[in-house]
Design a protein around this ligand. Structure first.
Ligand SMILES: N[C@@H](CCC(=O)N[C@@H](CS)C(=O)NCC(=O)O)C(=O)O
Length: 235
C-alpha cells in the first residue's frame, strides 16, 4: 500500500509514520468509539481474542470524509479492517465473514450449513428492522445530522416524515424483541453469535436515544443483562 493512501502517515495519526508493520499485528482496525457499527466489529474481535491495531477515526471532526480515509473506504464509513497487503473490508458483515473464516474458533456465525443460514436470517432481521429503522429515525431528526441524513460521502437533507416512520419502526421492533429472544440463552439458541452482538449494540444505541425495551419484556431484559456482563460488551 502506498504511503499516500495511508491515513496513518498524516495528521493526527503521525505516530504510525515510521511503522508499516502494524506493530507486529496482522490487521488494522479503523474504529470510532461512539458509533454503533464499529462496536459490532469490536465485540466480534474481542470474542475471537484477535489482536488488531486500532485507529480511532473522529467522525465528528469529519475524518472519515478526508481524502486519506476515502482512499481506504470510498463509502466514507467505519468500521474498516485493513489487511497487511492493503485489502480493506468496508462493512461490518464483511469484517465478520473474513475473521470468522480466518479464525474459526469460537464460531460466531454458526457451524452447520443450516445454523449459518438461520443466524444470517436473524442478523438480517435485526439489521433491517432495528439498525435501519434507528438510522432512519435518528439521521432524519437529530440536529447534528442536518444535511447529513445518510452516512458516508454524500450530503442529503433530512426528511421529517422518514424520522416519524423510523421511530414507529424501531418502537415496533423493540416490542418484538421479547419474542425474538424467548427463553433461549442466546438469540440463535445455545451459543453466542453475531445475532447477539447486533441485538445488544442496537438496544444499547436505542436506549441512549431514550427508546428502550418495554418494561414487561422480561425475557429480553434477562438476555440483555447476561450478554452485557460479557467482557466484550464493555468495549
Ligand atoms: N454497512 C456499514 C455501515 C457503517 C456505518 O454506517 N457507519 C457509520 C457509523 S455507525 C458511519 O461511518 N458514519 C459516517 C457518517 O455519519 O458519515 C457497516 O455495517 O459497517
Amino acid at each position: 500500500m502506498s504511503k499516500a493512501a495511508n491515513p496513518s502517515t498524516t495528521g493526527r495519526h503521525k505516530r504510525y509514520i515510521t511503522c508499516n508493520v502494524y506493530g507486529g499485528k496482522a490487521v488494522r482496525f479503523y474504529d470510532c468509539k461512539t458509533a454503533p457499527s464499529p462496536r459490532r466489529a469490536r465485540i466480534f474481535i474481542a470474542e475471537k481474542g484477535i489482536q488488531v491495531e486500532t485507529i480511532e477515526v473522529d467522525l465528528r471532526a469529519g475524518e472519515h470524509l478526508k481524502e486519506e480515509f476515502v482512499a481506504l473506504n470510498a463509502y466514507g464509513t467505519v468500521p474498516v479492517l485493513q489487511l497487511e497487503d492493503g485489502t480493506c473490508f468496508t462493512s461490518t458483515t464483511a469484517i465478520w465473514h473474513y475473521l470468522d473464516a480466518k479464525y474459526p474458533d469460537p464460531p460466531l456465525m454458526g457451524m452447520s450449513p443450516s445454523d449459518r443460514g438461520r443466524i444470517a436470517d436473524l442478523q438480517w432481521h435485526i439489521e433491517t428492522g432495528g439498525f435501519m429503522a434507528m438510522a432512519e429515525y435518528l439521521r432524519n431528526s437529530a440536529p447534528g445530522f442536518k444535511g447529513r441524513a445518510l452516512t458516508g460521502s454524500g450530503n442529503y437533507e433530512q426528511i421529517p416524515a422518514l424520522a416519524e416512520r423510523g421511530k414507529l419502526r424501531i418502537e415496533r421492533f423493540l416490542a418484538e424483541v421479547d419474542d425474538l429472544v424467548g427463553d433461549k440463552p442466546f438469540v440463535a439458541g445455545d451459543a453466542f453469535t453475531v445475532a447477539d452482538i447486533d441485538l445488544l449494540v442496537l438496544i444499547d444505541f436505542a436506549t441512549w436515544r431514550k427508546l428502550s425495551l418495554p418494561e414487561n419484556a422480561t425475557r429480553a431484559r434477562r438476555w440483555h443483562d447476561a450478554v452485557s456482563a460479557r467482557p466484550s460488551a464493555a468495549l
